[in-house]
Ligand binder design. Structure first.
Ligand code: ARG
Length: 442
């Protein structure tokens, strides 16, 4: 490891490159909700157990001489051991530690509305992080109040959308609480952080020279950022895929999976009724096996930057594909033309960190109304990364096999009426064509 640059010239062995609490290093509050140095006494830290938030746990104690209460939120991050995370928090000096299993709430109140809105941002991001942040921040508010904290600390950088989502949630729900975001203000580089961690007995996973990908994951998907991903000319290296089997290694036999919905909510897989969380986990497993849900995405962040993300979203790919198909089957041509515009607006609002904006409630009311009819079953064939709809079934389908095959059946549809329709349907276009092309070919 290279020697980290030292911001303060004379540092004792003990305080290595830690940016000292000098005026120079001290973050200036820009927004009203940011804490001034003296206001920080008891801090609720959103703690993941990773390097950034572990360094924060120590750093805040030193920098502010404050007590730390940690909150770790389980949104279905695969393979996380929350007891280990809590133990680590206590070991690093947290005076109280909380872990909340928020999977049910996340699925019911955040993922389900996203399904009803077919929520995709850009060209394939199903918003799993964007959906999780307002819930995490809402829980931070609840636990900060419960534990008598004056300040909430999070580990977001100043380059991403997550700071926007978390801080706007806290500022909306709890104007009395202050916020600090040390990673945004402490000016430590990766090497300095690792040196700081070493000097403070914070376990550092893996090698130091190879910085890991920046990962965020939950029930609805997983993102990787950083390293070669920032090089747009670099095709994905296999080690980035920790969830989804590479399509070329997926089984040679396709698998058909059916998803059943009631009023827009997925309730069964392959005919088996399952609770939401389990259904989403199972859908992810099936998709992962077949290489489904890899997205290589260039994204317009709301903070201005363009960023490339590698997403693994097996559950979302299966469920959203099925939902959208069923919704279109039960909708009229007019509804089906209109809803994608609102879907897009919903996704943008949530991406942009405005979960609590009343427009979302307005949009949700429309989504609810449409989804009252979205009941039925869609069959999907999964094969080496692809998902293709193969069967559809719904009592609400605006579809009649008789009408489509037998011209005169039932009197609702008549082929004889078609020429009259075409004459009127094309009337204005024909008139305009004549006007605009009056001189053509003469
Ligand atoms: N780009 C995505 C978003 O803005 C994913 C962010 C992942 N967050 C993270 N801290 N790694 O929602």
């Amino acid at each position: 490891m290279s020697d980290a640059p030292t911001p303060a010239a004379h540092t004792s062995a003990h305080t290595i490159p830690l940016p000292q609490a000098t005026e120079r290093m001290r973050a200036q509050a820009t927004a009203s909700y940011e804490a001034d140095h003296d206001e920080v006494n008891r801090v609720l830290l959103l703690y993941s157990g990773g390097l950034d938030t572990s360094v924060m746990l120590k750093w805040i104690q030193e920098e502010y001489d404050a007590e730390i209460v940690t909150l770790t939120v389980n949104l279905g991050q695969p393979g996380e051991d929350y007891e280990v995370v809590e133990g680590k928090a206590r070991m690093l000096g947290a005076v109280e530690t909380f872990t909340v299993d928020a999977r049910e709430e996340f699925a019911r109140d955040y993922i389900v509305p996203a399904i009803k809105a077919n929520a995709i941002y850009g060209s394939g991001y199903p918003l799993f992080t964007a959906l999780g942040r307002p819930l995490i921040a809402k829980l931070a508010v609840e636990y900060a109040r419960r534990a008598g904290c004056d300040t909430i600390a999070h580990g977001c950088t100043g380059k991403g959308n997550d700071q926007v989502r978390i801080e706007s949630t806290i500022a909306t729900l709890a104007p009395e609480l202050k916020i600090i975001a040390p990673v945004r203000s402490w000016a430590m580089g990766r090497d300095e952080e690792i040196a700081y961690a070493r000097a403070h007995g914070i376990p550092v996973k893996g090698g130091t020279e190879a910085a890991p990908y920046s990962i965020d994951d939950n029930l609805w998907g997983r993102s990787s950022e950083g390293k070669w991903i920032e090089d747009l000319s670099h095709a994905p290296t296999d080690d980035v895929f920790q969830l989804v089997t590479r399509p070329e290694e997926a089984p040679d036999e396709p698998e058909v999976v059916t998803v059943t919905f009631e009023e827009g909510v997925p309730v069964a897989l392959n005919g088996e009724r399952l609770g939401l969380v389990e259904l989403l986990e199972r859908a992810a497993e099936i998709g992962m096996r077949h290489g489904v849900g890899i997205v290589d995405h260039i994204e317009d962040r709301i903070v201005g930057l363009k960023v490339r993300d590698i997403y693994e979203v097996p559950a979302a790919t299966i469920i959203l594909t099925a939902h959208q198909e069923l919704e279109r089957l039960v909708g009229t041509i007019h509804q089906n033309q209109f809803k994608p515009q609102l879907d897009r607006q919903w996704a943008y609002l949530v991406y942009a960190g405005l979960w609590w904006e009343p427009l979302r409630e307005d949009l949700d009311a429309y989504m609810e109304s449409v989804n009252r009819r979205v009941s039925g079953t869609i069959g999907l064939k999964l094969y080496k990364g692809s998902v293709r709809v193969v069967t559809r079934e719904s009592a609400n389908a605006v579809y009649d096999a008789q009408l489509a095959t037998f011209a005169e059946s039932g009197g609702l549809f008549s082929q004889q009426a078609s020429p009259g329709f075409i004459e009127l349907w094309s009337l204005q276009s024909r008139m305009a064509w004549r006007l605009h092309h009056v001189d053509d070919g003469q």
